[in-house]
Design a protein around this ligand. Structure first.
Ligand code: ZN
Length: 302
């Protein structure tokens, strides 16, 4: 990849869109745009890139790592659309089309978590690996997967937040917040679930609060399931809650206990601290993932 390319990156989230331009991981300019309606938000995104092009010339490609569910299948009629979502206004919006109308350049499009996985693969804690998971636990829960050297899409993309977990109702009376499944993993362990269960934001709860043992239990159950199913070489755990330092060692210990020696790999038996890790790029995995998506879109186009 030549160094003279300037790329655009978008990390599209439920509350804000972060947009940046840069030469691979070197960000030149960055802005934040509130997530309101697709027309309003996307026209501000376009305006930011057009303004930046006055300084740096034409962008070579744009990478868009977006909240889902979405359609990343380039051969589908619905490619580039946000699929039906509880989020007001965004269902069935053609967000990639809105960019394509304005920029005649390759556009890479994937989930926010696949984007973050790509960022970690390129510059973070997944460098040199062929199979790994990036999981974010924040307002919602989602995971991106690289399997045997490729981002995993399948039918659409994995929905790692919606797997069932054991819900011991005697220990945890909370019914769950997922509008589709109530007490799935996200329904019990997302930031929204923590806030509803305890009546305060997770960030205000003390390290010794019982919320965290429960949270570590649910996360460990999910990580054990992913370990069985995907056999990742590493699991990168990010997001506002997933990145909490005091949770990490609890999650590592509980995951190892749950697996109980069944996966005979030294990564789990001896090196659980390097098996479950925080992102190498901190909270920049997403926006840098957008850069990596842009690079990839350009390479595919060449
Ligand atoms: Zn669910």
């Amino acid at each position: 990849m030549q160094n003279n390319h300037v790329f655009g990156s978008i990390e599209g989230g439920g509350t804000k869109f972060i947009c940046a331009i840069g030469t691979s991981q070197n960000i030149i300019a960055e802005t934040r745009i509130p997530t309101t309606t697709p027309d309003e938000t996307m026209s501000q995104v376009v305006a930011f890139f057009k303004e930046q092009e006055k300084n740096v010339g034409k962008l070579s490609a744009i990478g868009f790592a977006c909240f889902g569910p979405l359609n990343p299948d380039i051969n589908s009629k619905q490619y580039g659309y946000i699929l039906p979502t509880p989020k007001p206004n965004w269902s069935n919006s053609n967000v990639v089309g809105m960019l394509k109308n304005q920029f005649n350049i390759p556009i890479g499009f994937d989930t926010d978590v696949n984007g973050a996985a790509l960022g970690e693969w390129r510059w973070g804690k997944a460098q040199g690996l062929h199979t790994f998971i990036y999981l974010t636990v924040g307002t919602g829960i989602g995971g991106g997967v690289v399997a045997e050297g490729k981002l995993l899409h399948g039918l659409l993309h994995p929905e790692m937040g919606h797997i069932p977990v054991k819900h011991n109702v005697e220990k945890d009376f909370f019914e769950g917040v997922c509008p589709f499944h109530k007490d799935c993993f996200e329904g019990l362990a997302s930031g929204v679930a923590i806030e509803k269960r305890w009546g305060v934001r997770g960030s205000t709860l003390d390290e010794n609060h019982p919320a965290w043992d429960l949270e570590a239990d649910y996360i460990a159950q999910a990580l054990a399931s992913y370990s069985y199913m995907i056999s990742p070489q590493r699991i990168i755990l990010g997001g506002g809650i997933g990145s909490l330092h005091h949770l990490l060692s609890k999650i590592q210990a509980k995951t190892k206990t749950l697996i109980n020696g069944y996966i005979q790999s030294p990564m789990i038996l001896e090196n659980i601290e390097s098996y479950i890790v925080h992102p190498g790029l901190g909270n920049r995995s997403g926006i840098l993932g957008g850069m990596a998506l842009a690079e990839m879109a350009l390479q595919k186009n060449d």
